[in-house]
Design a protein around this ligand. Structure first.
Ligand SMILES: [Zn+2]
Length: 316
């Protein structure tokens, strides 16, 4: 069975001008995969717009219409200058969510081994009815909600290793235990969005099913991998997920311009290898990974090429 690789030309048409989150990111990834002859290894999938019902699993319909109107009316940004918007932003954001729903559906049905989504705009900062941090619709939250509410999956694990806390994803699920959300990120006292403290552990039925591990600026591969192997993986194994989702941001790389963590590709590879093994041990390998941040084109494209190669390769 193959790894699905979901992407679509519409993701290039979310036009953000000179903003760090721009189409050049996906173009660099594409060029790298083509130059290494990697694309043919995957089941290549395009996307379709998510329906109102699908987006409505996480966002309000009023908010959907707000994004649509802002895009079509020529507004320059939504809510914050961080969230640059263009005429095709709404369509691109809907296609990202639609791709995520299709990816989890295909993996859940056993038609794909696992999947990666190279899409933009990213999603993990998007709140219930608020665009934040370059994000409009929360793709991974929509995917997790689809799994638990529509596809009968009982326990979904989301691991977010983007250097920024996945606030929107956490807030979507913090009062539920059928979605375990874990984020490793630069400490919120030094980094956007200013949430993701260790003390944020969920609430009500969800208490204990949010696990934040903030890391100090200049944290290294060793620092991350110690936390990953000694704290995170044991907690994930205890949860015994039925499906694993990854918010794969590569902006904790030492060469990334937007944050101060000092990882190399080694740490990203080792974390993915651990998550893939966990998926094989707990849930027949069922895993879907989605691109979030990563703003140094060269490093981003190298890390993604390695990420999808590891996703696709046979288990050791
Ligand atoms: Zn980020």
């Amino acid at each position: 069975m193959k790894t699905g690789y979901f992407t679509d030309p519409i993701f290039l048409r979310h036009d953000t001008g000179g903003h760090p989150e721009n189409a050049g990111r996906l173009e660099a990834i594409r060029a790298k995969l083509e130059s290494e002859g990697l694309l043919a290894r995957f089941a290549q999938k395009s996307s379709r717009p998510a329906t109102e019902q699908e987006v409505g699993l996480v966002h309000t319909i009023d908010y959907m219409h707000l994004v649509e109107e802002a895009a079509l009316s020529g507004q320059q940004f939504l809510n914050t200058p961080d969230c640059v918007i263009s005429e095709e932003t709404y369509s691109a954001a809907l296609h990202g969510a639609g791709a995520f729903v299709d990816a989890v559906t295909e993996v859940a049905a056993g038609r794909l081994e696992n999947a990666f989504l190279a899409c933009r705009p990213p999603g993990h900062h998007a709140e219930h009815q608020e665009a934040m941090g370059f994000c409009f619709f929360n793709n991974i939250a929509i995917g997790a909600a689809m799994l638990t509410r529509e596809l009968g999956v009982q326990r979904v694990l989301i691991f977010d290793f983007d250097v920024h806390h996945g606030n929107g994803t956490q807030h979507t699920f913090e009062d539920r235990k059928d979605v375990f959300f874990s984020s490793i990120h630069q400490h919120p006292s030094t980094c956007y969005p200013g949430t993701g403290y260790e003390k944020e552990k969920g609430r009500g039925d969800g208490l204990g099913y949010t696990l934040n591990t903030p890391m100090q600026p200049y944290a290294t591969d060793e620092d991350y991998l110690e936390v990953f192997h000694n704290l995170l993986l044991p907690a994930f194994r205890e949860y015994d997920p039925d499906f694993i989702l990854l918010s794969a941001g590569f902006d904790a790389h030492r060469d990334d311009p937007l944050a101060q963590v000092n990882l190399t590709q080694t740490a990203f590879d080792e974390m993915l290898t651990g998550m893939k093994q966990l998926a094989l041990d707990c849930c027949q390998g069922r895993l879907v990974s989605v691109l979030e941040g990563g703003y140094n084109y060269e490093r981003l494209s190298e890390c993604v090429a390695s990420h999808v190669t590891l996703l696709q390769s046979d288990p050791a």
